[in-house]
Design a protein. Structure first.
Length: 210
């Protein structure tokens, strides 16, 4: 029987990712309001510099240098923020519970395979692998920083097909980013757009019946 291939994103799907809360820990004087914190987070993370870091095209130190040149934020705090993110990503208990249920069904012989596809710089990827045993539950996975490609580039979905040995009609992709989900759908994967992590189990059940 052809397995159902389930491909998880990491940030805001399996791990908490709330950048406006994160920047408050490092720049409290600049983030007194939610609006200020969200704007600062957008300035740091929603830029080509960060996308290049995600894609493995910039090192951590090069990323800090570019961020500082562009924002003039306090350098020591900026350097610490970038260094710490890998250990600041908390697993989301309800999402991990769903992953554990799927792993148990797979291990019991059901035709299910688990994979991941995450936009993640190489330093954070290595930290997560060392810190969280459940990453070993996946049959395989791709971090953008390791392959020099990022979502929603069509090439990264093609790479998943080749590396994982999966086909679109038998693949369900879960991601919080609508552009990433739309690109996956254009590639032929079934996809779940996850606006809020707490919706995962309900949306997954609606899509799969599992």
């Amino acid at each position: 029987m052809t397995p159902l291939n389930i491909v998880f994103d990491f940030g805001a799907v399996l791990f908490g990712w709330e950048p406006h809360k994160l920047v408050r820990d490092y720049f409290p004087a600049l983030t007194a309001s939610d609006d200020a914190a969200r704007q600062l987070a957008r300035t740091i993370f929603h830029h080509a510099d960060w996308q290049s870091f995600d894609a493995g095209l910039l090192t951590e130190s090069e990323t800090v240098e570019r961020l500082w040149a562009r924002t003039q934020l306090p350098l020591a705090a900026l350097r610490q923020l970038v260094a710490d993110i890998g250990v600041k990503l908390p697993p989301l208990p309800e999402s991990i519970a769903l992953l554990a249920k799927l792993r148990a069904r797979r291990d019991a012989g059901e035709p299910i395979e688990l994979f991941f596809l995450s936009n993640m710089p190489e330093p954070y990827a290595r930290t997560l692998e060392q810190k969280h045993d459940f990453i070993g539950w996946f049959k395989d996975g791709i971090f953008s920083g390791d392959v020099k490609l990022i979502k929603p580039d069509a090439a990264i979905y093609q790479l998943c097909d080749q590396r994982f040995g999966i086909a679109g009609k038998n693949t369900i992709f879960i991601d919080d980013s609508l552009p990433n989900v739309e690109a996956a759908r254009a590639h032929g994967w079934r996809s779940i757009h996850l606006p809020l992590p707490e919706q995962l189990q309900r949306l997954f059940l609606e899509e799969t019946g599992l």
